[in-house]
Design a protein around this ligand. Sequence first.
Ligand code: FMN
Length: 195
Amino acid sequence: MLNEPIRLAIITGSVRIGRLGPTVAQWFAAEAGHREDLTVDVIDAADVPLSLTGPTRQPAPDMVEVLAEISPRIESADAFVVVTPEYNHSYPAGLKNLIDWHITQWRAKPVGFVSYGGMSGGLRAVEHLRAVFAELHAMTIQSTVCFRDCAEAFDTDGLPKDRAACEAAAKDMLDQLVWWANALKDARAKTPYSV
Ligand SMILES: Cc1cc2nc3c(=O)[nH]c(=O)nc-3n(C[C@H](O)[C@H](O)[C@H](O)COP(=O)(O)O)c2cc1C
């Protein structure tokens, strides 16, 4: 029996003016969008004005409004890919804020990473995010897509200069993500995840 397409939410983690993030996310969303086993929703952290005063049991009315738009999209996703740069050997504060405003929505779901930065290709940000998502009972994917020297990694059309290698890395990571997403979706349907 064929599985239903996995609902993948791609989260663009940088919110900086002049950021590279949307270029990276748009390329990756196009790669994911070519697959019949995925449907794609792109969530840009820059479009989610969640207060830095942090999550609370009784959010202010303006936060209730923001959450009403964003939380169902995170809840309904079967899998996530986080597109993250590296800032000072870690991930952006705005991305952490979006993660922290949600708890149950991440549970028992897989999370893949597309990272970018200087020499390290953003991998230190990814390793920090693995610890964050472990705390949230999410399953992180071993293979990643990573762009070293990211300022030089994309052409004027917004495509990776090393397209073949990047497409192969994206396929590898997405194949693993889909396997885990199907396995965990079946498991959640059989036994709701409660901790
Ligand atoms: C505040 C800041 C800190 C940074 N720290 C690092 C770093 O520790 N390691 C690294 O490889 N690149 C670092 N960079 C380079 C960024 O990864 C690179 O500029 C990337 O394009 C930032 O993503 P964005 O353009 O989507 O905001 C840093 C950039 C900024 C703005």
